[in-house]
Design a protein around this ligand. Structure first.
Ligand code: 4NP
Length: 146
């Protein structure tokens, strides 16, 4: 799960998918990272922590880290929140195999729409909506790969 700061959207995506993976007892390794290191080592944004908690998910064990090109080998799927993240990730890819792993997460809900998960960092009202979008996409991801 990859966004810009790895403090708002992708920590929520990580927490939501991990909760679904645990509920289904799947053996998946889920992590998140940011295309910037602005918040390296930081806890998720308090507003992401609060919205996750309201839905019964604890994300306070997470710390922001930079997305690195080794992640493209380590993971089978790299899920970007928006087209900027998507392009930044693709720039680090060095093979067709790596490039094919990179997807826009909302295309799991609405294939081909290339919908972005809006960055809620500057809009405190946006966190619940972001949670709902990511929850719908993660449900489809579970359905598709479980
Ligand atoms: P995120 O949100 O990419 O969803 O974690 C942001 C968090 C921080 C900044 C930008 C986006 N920032 O510029 O510091």
């Amino acid at each position: 799960m990859v966004c810009l700061g790895n403090i708002c959207r992708s920590p929520l995506a990580e927490g939501i998918l991990k909760a679904k993976v645990e509920a289904k007892d799947l053996d998946w390794d889920v992590e998140s990272a940011g295309t910037s290191s602005f918040h390296n080592g930081d806890l998720p944004d308090p507003r992401s922590i609060a919205v996750a908690k309201a839905h019964g998910i604890d994300i306070t064990d997470q710390r922001s880290r930079l997305f690195v090109k080794e992640d493209l080998d380590e993971f089978d799927l790299i899920l970007a929140m928006d087209s900027l993240n998507y392009q930044d990730i693709l720039r680090k890819a060095s093979s067709e195999i790596q490039k094919r792993k990179v997807k826009l997460i909302m295309n799991y809900e609405k294939p081909g729409y290339n919908q972005a998960v809006p960055d809620p960092y500057w809009n405190s009202d946006g966190f619940e909506g972001v949670f709902q979008m990511l929850d719908r996409a993660c449900e489809k991801i579970i359905d598709q790969y479980q």
